[in-house]
Design a binder for this molecule. Structure first.
Ligand code: FUL
Length: 517
């Protein structure tokens, strides 16, 4: 295949309908809540008494209000974590809220959440851990039936579900149980049938785990990736079991710096659309622990995670765990409110663009389309965009601002109905009659927030230095510096932490690579 044929192949890969729906609203909240909360545990072993589940002031509506204020569009709830304790009225096991003192065994947190989400216009998703440390079926051929029964209850009785999050963690061997081989294909089928609009995340075909739980998004993030086994992607141990998969994991390193580059794609012939999701907790743990009340992420850190994930062609799934009262703790509420205030302020001063010059456009798809008034970042409009008439080595788009402003952010959105194309770009600002670079970027995709030190200017130029065939751009937003601190500074040690991640990963790969012969 020629290079051009390959580029045509890559750019023929586009998001599915369900994938588009989460990419437009790409900030969701994660809720880890269950028996662990009451036992001060992260991974309890399935033997804790249901009696422990006894929140003193259960208020699901408070969760929804706080998370909505923070800007989340959906909530993914741990209906069942690894301990097997079910937070809904299930017929599949007694290890559930039914056996707890909460509302005399009549409570159903999933149902309460459904009602609260509906009331406040929040989307609801479920996390149903495949690993179950309580189920007597675990490790036997009957487990899949049991799991599917649970899935069916959750996907039938609680209204529209926007995401099903399949966790890959599994420590069954440590429990002395046989390793369960999950029939993921069967789970996918059930989900597609019962909730056709839901995305299947993590160990699923629609949304890919970014590869770490530390809030690190990649600087260059691609959605077009080689077609690989989704189920294996997150289960490090499982994906290392067979030689075949081992080969794949070497080339396809989940923690690696950049996936989906031309060099990488060259080795493959089949490709899929696979957006990354950054899942991270506001606290050190996924569940609430009182001892961590003073160890929450800083507002700057939360903002940095937001800018680099939501603004880095990734989804963000931010975990906020309720405490033993059944409410989100004041410490977390305060943090989220400050985070939301800073984020809202940061985007409160869009700068109007008066004139734009760009390479000659394809008929109908003029540069003005990128700046149309009233653009709603959350609604997908595949029919309005700018694209040049011809292929070129470089594409420069120059914007004359309505007034000289202190600019500190530019947002760019590619029209992903034409796939993801931009590989490298820079942003320049005209200062004293000359263009000076203020930002160098790699990918754009469904959202790029380019942030930099404020620069006083009346003209901004975006130079696309490399693209997979010509770019299709749906939106460009220029923002004025709103107030001090509205842009985050990279948290300390970010480079060091990334280097550690890479080293750990290299060691892991080395250890798990079968020696020749
Ligand atoms: C991991 C789990 O083991 C953690 O407890 C948490 O649920 C996290 C989101 O995924 O695999």
């Amino acid at each position: 295949m020629t290079e051009e044929e390959r580029l045509k192949l890559y750019t023929s890969v586009v998001p599915s309908r369900v994938q588009k729906s989460v990419q437009r609203e790409n900030f969701n909240a994660f809720i880890h809540y269950g028996l662990n909360t009451f036992a001060n545990k992260e991974w309890s072993d399935g033997t804790l008494s249901p009696e422990l589940f006894d929140p003193s002031d259960q208020d699901v509506e408070q969760w929804v209000k706080v998370l909505k204020f923070a800007g989340a569009k959906g909530i993914i709830f741990t209906a069942k974590h690894h301990d097997g304790f079910c937070m809904w009225q299930t017929a599949t096991t007694d290890y559930s809220v039914k056996s707890s003192p909460y509302k005399n065994g009549k409570g159903d947190i999933m149902e309460e959440l459904r009602a609260a989400c509906k009331k406040h216009g929040m989307k609801l998703g479920v996390y149903l851990s495949p690993w179950d440390r309580n189920s007597p079926f675990y490790g036997t051929p009957d487990y899949d039936d049991f799991y599917v029964r649970q899935l069916k209850e959750l996907l039938t009785n609680y209204g529209e579900i926007f995401a099903v999050w399949l966790d890959g963690a599994c420590g069954a061997e440590a429990d002395g149980k046989a390793k369960q081989v999950y029939d993921f294909e069967r789970y996918y089928e059930v989900i597609r049938k019962l909730q056709p609009k839901a995305v299947i995340s993590n160990c699923g075909p629609d949304v890919r785990w970014v590869g770490n739980e530390g809030g690190f998004a990649r600087e260059g993030e691609w959605c077009v990736l080689p077609k690989l086994d989704h189920a294996a992607q997150n289960i490090a141990e499982v994906s290392q079991q067979t030689e075949d998969q081992n080969m794949k994991s070497q080339a396809f390193d989940m923690m690696g710096e950049e996936l989906g580059t031309r060099e990488m794609l060259e080795k493959y012939d089949e490709f899929v659309w696979s957006p990354a999701e950054v899942d991270v907790s506001v606290r050190p743990g996924w569940f609430y622990h009182k001892s961590q009340d003073r160890r929450l992420r800083s507002v700057n850190n939360l903002l940095y995670i937001y800018y680099t994930s939501v603004g880095g062609n990734s989804l963000l799934l931010l975990n906020v765990p309720p405490d033993k009262t059944g409410r989100i703790n004041d410490a977390d509420v305060e943090k989220l409110v400050r985070f939301a205030d800073r984020k809202n302020a940061a985007f409160s001063k869009p700068v109007a663009v008066d004139g734009v010059t760009a390479p000659e456009h394809e008929a109908g798809n003029k540069p003005r389309n990128m700046f149309r008034a009233g653009f709603d970042k959350n609604s997908f409009d595949a029919n309005s965009y700018y694209t040049p008439a011809h292929e070129a080595d470089e594409y420069a788009i120059t914007m004359q601002l309505a007034k000289t402003s202190r600019v500190d952010k530019v947002q760019i959105i590619e029209n992903v109905a034409f796939s993801q194309r931009i590989e490298r770009f820079r942003i320049e600002a005209k200062v004293k009659g000359e263009f000076k670079p203020v930002y160098y970027g790699k990918t754009v995709g469904f959202n790029r927030i380019a942030f930099f030190r404020p620069v006083k200017t009346n003209e901004i130029r975006i130079v696309i230095e490399s693209s997979r065939l010509k770019p299709y751009i749906e939106y460009i937003g220029v923002y004025e510096h709103a107030k001090k601190g509205s842009n985050p500074v990279p948290p300390p040690f970010v480079a060091l932490k990334k280097a550690i991640h890479r080293a750990v990963n290299r060691r892991f790969m080395k250890k798990n690579t079968p020696s020749a012969g």
